[in-house]
Structures are given as C-alpha cells and as structure tokens.
Write a protein that binds this ligand. Structure first.
Ligand code: UGA
Length: 614
C-alpha cells in the first residue's frame, strides 16, 4: 500500500515515517534477518524451538479461551490503521487502540482528515472512533454505539493495558550490511517487539501482523527468555493479506485468516482467542490455524506466488509481441482453466508496490541462507523478469519514436503502482521515466488522478540530488500536471502506466450507483447507509493538517480522498486533437480498446501484442 516520505513505514505499509514506531534501538543497527539465519543454523536451535514448531493435532478441542477484551496495535500505518479500524468496527465490545510514536500521524487519525487513503476507511473510522447516537442516555437508543477505536502516542501504557498486542510495523528490504538488497530489515520490528516484551503484562498475546521472515517468533521468544524470564506470553503469527486500494474490503471479506501458534495447549488457546475476534464477522471455515512457521512462511509464499504468476504472464507477453499472439487472449484462454483461475494474469509493465519485490527477495534470502541456492535462484528470476519487462517497455517506446526523444514531449499517464491508490513505492513509472530522461526529451509530462502533484515532485526532486535538475521549475524537462488534458497537449506520445478507470477509452461498467452499493462501508454495515446513521460529530483538524491547508482533499501521502466523487473518464477525442502527429499511445497495462483508439487517429502499441503497422 502507500508510500514515500510521509509513508515510509513502508512495506508493512505502516507508519508514514520509518522511525515512527521504532521505540528504542540503541544504535539503530539491529537487522534481524541475518540474525535469524544464525538462529536457523545454530546447533540445537531445533530443540530450543520445539514448543513453537512441533506439530500436534489442531482438531483437539480446546477449553474456552480467555476472551480478548482489549487490543493494542503498534503501528498506525497502512496495515495497522485499517486493520484496527475494522477489528473495532466488528467488535464493539473490544477496546482497540492504535499506537505510534509519530505524534503528527496520531493527531491526523484523531481528526477529520486521516493520514492515509483507502476507499471506505474514513467511514469505518467515523463509526468506531466517534460512535453512533447519544450513548449518554440511560437507555441508549437502537443503533447507538460507544467509541471503541482510539489512537494514542502513549505506547508503553497502551501495550501494558492490552490483552493482545498486534505488531504492524515496517519490514522493508535491508539497504546495507549483511543480506543488503535481499534480506528483511527487522530494525523497526525488533525494536517494537522489545518494547512489547518489556511492557506487556503477563499473559498477553503477542501477534505478528507485519510480514516477517520465517522463524521470527523464535526471536521474540528469546527476547522473552532474556527480558522477562518466567513471564507467559504466547506468540501468534497472523499475517495481513490487504492490497492497496482494497484494504477495507479485504478486511471485511477476506479469503482467509491465518493464525499460526505453538502447538501447546496455551498456544492453541491463544490462537482460539484471536480466532474468536475474527469469528464475529468471518465464517469459521475461513479461519485457518497452523503452526507459527507455516503461517510466517505462507505470507511470503502467497506474495511470491502472485508475483511469479505476473512474471510468468509478462514473459509470455514478450513471446506474443514476437509471434502475433495477443496476451489478453492467451490470459483469457488459460484463466478459464479452473485449476489456474483468471486472476493476476493481466500482463503489464511489471508489478510494483512495496510488497512483492521485497517478499520474493526475502524468500530468496531465506533459501540462500539455508544453502538452497537453486531455490533462491528460481525465485530471484521472478524479480529479474519483472525488471526485464519494465525495461523492455521503455526500450519499445524509444525504438518506436525513431530512437530519439530529442525535441519530443512524452506524457506519462499514471504514476502510482496501481489504480485507486496514491502509493508510489516501487512504481514502475519512475524507472521508466529515468530511462526516457537519458534520451534528452523536450518534456516529460506526468499526470496521476490519485497522487498529490507535490508528492510526485518531491520524488523527482530526490532523483536530482546528485545529478542535473530534472523538474521544469528547476530548469529540467519534467513537469507534473494536475490536469490530464494539459499534460497530454502537444505530446508526441502518451504512456499509459497505471490502469486508472479515468484513462479507459470504453465505458466502465456501473460507475457510481453500483459501486456505492458494493462500497466497503456499506458492506461493513450490512447494507446500512452511512448517511442514515446517527453519526456523532467528528473531531476537527490541527493547524498543520495538509488537507485543510490545500483544501483539496489530498492526504499527506498524496491521496485524493474524493472517492465519493464520480470518476470522470478522459475524453480521448479531445486528447487526440491536441497531440502532435504521428500520435502514439503506449499501453503498458493492456487495457485500451485498440480499434477505438486507432479510429481517433492514435497509433497504439500495447504490451503483449505485435503493435501498430501501416
Ligand atoms: C499485495 C498482495 O496482493 C496482498 O495480498 C498482500 O497483503 C500485500 O501485497 C502485502 O503484502 O501487503 P498490493 O501490492 O497492495 O498487495 O497490490 P496487488 O493488487 O497485489 O498488486 C501488485 C502489483 O501487481 C501491482 O503493480 C499491479 O498493478 C500488478 N498486477 C496485479 C498486474 O500487473 N497484473 C495483475 O493481473 C494484477
């Protein structure tokens, strides 16, 4: 999910600032995956892990577990915030507190303008955080509810008051030291785990929400042995499966919930206590319990397999371009096989986002550190194919434009890594722009309907740190637009880089009314319309709220919170009339209706098809 400076608790999409939930790390040096390797390879480690690892029947009945009445979620970012909000919404009797040491971020969660954008999230927070109706009456009226979602910076106190603590902080790829560029950077996670172990009361359930390397629970276990010998904590792995742009929906209607625990009676009891929390809205058959290691590994494998599917279809798109086959047709044909299924088969310029690359690389590192080099090489190829796909697209653009961009204006439509998000982490757009810049174009125009132009500018400016100026304001050729027509005007070529509905050249089925009917907030409330609820007054914003300052509805991550506004598709005839001939459109997402576009006088080159010919 989301990104950049304001959102750098990145990969677990957590807080906006990497350090925000990192409570104490004396020299900020701790990075755990290599440390985990040592544990994995340490003689005797298997026996010391036995209680977490050994397999035992999960079907045995468990005496009813002590119910969870309060949850503390550490990390107010893209995972922690939405997860806590939906847990609170669905469990009005449970007090859910989200903590983060970033005061500004917490202030924003406690205000009208939330710090992150996800469709439906604002509504869920409104209900759980602000409550419904007048609960001060002795006989509260039907439909009223007391607030049960809180946001705080008092990390240690909130940890000490919780029955269960969810760790939902950033676990990006290590950028230095052992395992650099591949291993998981556990700095934030380790620091928070230590804080939890220090402050949690005896009997607290510790839950790994962040995506972590397999065997991380062992690290927490060892912290407990050292810091709190004799204390009883159960460690559960309960990975998140939220995707950017659909996080609330993914939480409300998940395919599955995975809960990994020790196979001991206490471990199974803790797993059941957490399962009860989810069972308040998710059918039991979707709640899968496993051992901790399976759960930790399952998250990495889920993302790696999805990424592998994309690299597979993207590799086939290259074959299609060379043979005359159409990748969309191939996808449809193979996706109809129920053994394969139709999802994640849309070829494109390669996957982006904060998760896939980092999780595949984490799997590579795990394999290599266990001496399984062939396994590592197999998965590494998934990432390499992704880079090849992106570079191939940029090369095709340059080649089609007669191998020179000098004097030409190129318009990039879309900058975020996928539609309906402002998340730009690992977005292929930036790498493509870098390649095009080497060709010295007259202008590179960028427009994204969801990203705040100021955020894009910041990212481009970061590129020019050690090189020549890039932004037009600084004397370069990159210009960020807040209007699609202005961005496209006078361009020689348009690159469709993100598949926003706004850019489609055919009617998008049931734009508003139906979309509203299926909106996460409504699903969450079983069909009740938010406007019909007796919503309580929401808290105001502080003076430094960027949304209030801009008056635009952009979040500080660049999100446009206007998801209630109808999506307005661009008028391609108008765009075509303002372009320079020959007019080129490079469809990096295989989403454009080619004959329709060509009827407007625009030549289309799409991923996975052989392209325009005279
Ligand atoms: C991914 C997983 O889908 C989530 O289940 C997981 O919880 C999350 O990572 C995480 O670990 O936090 P996300 O990266 O937010 O979610 O978004 P996806 O919808 O999976 O898209 C990833 C990339 O694949 C995007 O660049 C998207 O454009 C691309 N994609 C997706 C395609 O190119 N073609 C497709 O058919 C589908």
């Amino acid at each position: 999910m989301h990104s950049v400076a304001p959102t750098s608790i990145a990969d677990t999409h957590d807080s906006p600032d990497v350090s925000s939930t990192v409570l104490t790390t004396p020299d900020r040096s701790a990075s755990c995956s290599p440390a985990l390797d040592e544990k994995l390879n340490a003689p005797g480690s298997a026996s010391s892990n036995k209680s977490l690892h050994s397999s035992r029947s999960r079907e045995e009945p468990i005496s009813s577990p002590r119910p969870i009445r309060s949850i503390c979620c550490v990390g107010a970012g893209y995972v922690g915030g939405p997860t806590a909000a939906v847990l609170a919404l669905k469990n009005p009797a449970i007090k859910v507190t989200v903590v983060d040491r970033d005061e500004r971020r917490i202030r924003r969660w406690n205000s009208r303008h939330l710090p992150i954008y996800e469709p439906g999230l604002a509504e869920v927070v409104r209900i759980a955080r602000d409550g419904l109706g007048d609960v001060s009456k002795v006989e509260p009226q039907e439909g009223s509810r007391t607030p049960n979602l809180f946001f705080s910076t008092d990390v240690s106190r909130c940890i000490s008051e919780a029955d269960a603590v969810l760790i939902a902080v950033n676990t990006p790829t290590k950028m230095r030291g052992t395992g650099k560029g591949c291993a998981t950077d556990m700095t934030s996670f380790e620091a928070v785990a230590a804080e939890v172990v220090r402050h949690a009361r005896d009997g607290t359930i510790i839950v790994e929400k962040s995506t972590v390397p397999c065997r991380t629970a062992q690290m927490i276990q060892e912290m407990i042995h050292i810091q709190r010998p004799g204390a009883r904590f159960e460690i559960l792995s309960n990975p998140e499966f939220l995707a950017a742009g659909t996080a609330v929906q993914d939480l409300i209607c998940p395919d599955r919930i995975i809960i990994g625990s020790a196979p001991t009676p206490e471990g199974l009891e803790a797993a059941q206590a957490l399962a009860e929390v989810y069972a308040s809205w998710i059918e039991r058959s979707r709640i899968i319990t496993t051992n901790v290691w399976s759960s930790e590994l399952a998250k990495l494998v889920a993302n790696s397999m999805l990424a592998q599917r994309l690299s597979s279809i993207n590799s086939i798109s290259a074959l299609c371009e060379a043979t005359g086959a159409e990748v969309n047709e191939v996808s449809r044909a193979i996706g109809a096989d129920t053994r394969l299924g139709s999802k994640f088969l849309r070829a494109g310029i390669g996957f982006g986002g904060s998760c896939f690359k980092k999780d595949v690389l984490s799997l590579v590192y795990l394999a290599e550190s266990l001496g399984l080099y062939e396994v590592g090489a197999y998965w590494r190829q998934v990432v390499e194919m992704n880079e090849y796909q992106r570079d191939r697209f940029a090369a095709r653009v340059i080649k089609r434009l007669n191998s020179t961009l000098v004097t030409k204006k190129i318009c990039v439509l879309g900058y975020a890594f996928k539609k309906n998000t402002s998340d730009t982490r690992e977005a292929p757009a930036l790498e493509i722009i870098k390649t095009l810049l080497d060709e010295n174009p007259r202008e590179i125009a960028i427009f994204d309907p969801c990203c705040n132009p100021l955020v894009i500018e910041e990212e481009i400016r970061a590129l020019q740190k050690y090189g020549p100026p890039l932004l037009s304001d600084d004397g370069g050729c990159v210009k960020i637009y807040s209007d699609a027509y202005a961005a496209c005007a006078d361009s020689n070529a348009i690159l469709l880089v993100t598949e926003f509905d706004e850019f489609m050249n055919f009617p998008i089925p049931a734009a508003r009314p139906a979309a509203q009917a299926a909106s996460p907030a409504k699903t969450a409330l079983a069909g009740v319309e938010l406007s019909k609820l007796q919503l309580n007054e929401e808290p105001g914003c502080s003076l430094d709220c960027p949304d209030c300052q801009m008056g635009t509805g952009y979040g500080d991550d660049g999100a446009n919170d206007a998801d209630t506004l109808p999506k307005k598709q661009v008028d391609w005839a108008k765009i075509s009339s303002s372009m320079k001939s020959p007019k080129w459109l490079f469809d990096g997402r295989c989403v454009i209706d080619v004959p329709k576009m060509e009827a407007l006088g625009i030549r289309v080159e799409a991923i996975g098809s052989s392209g325009w010919s005279v």
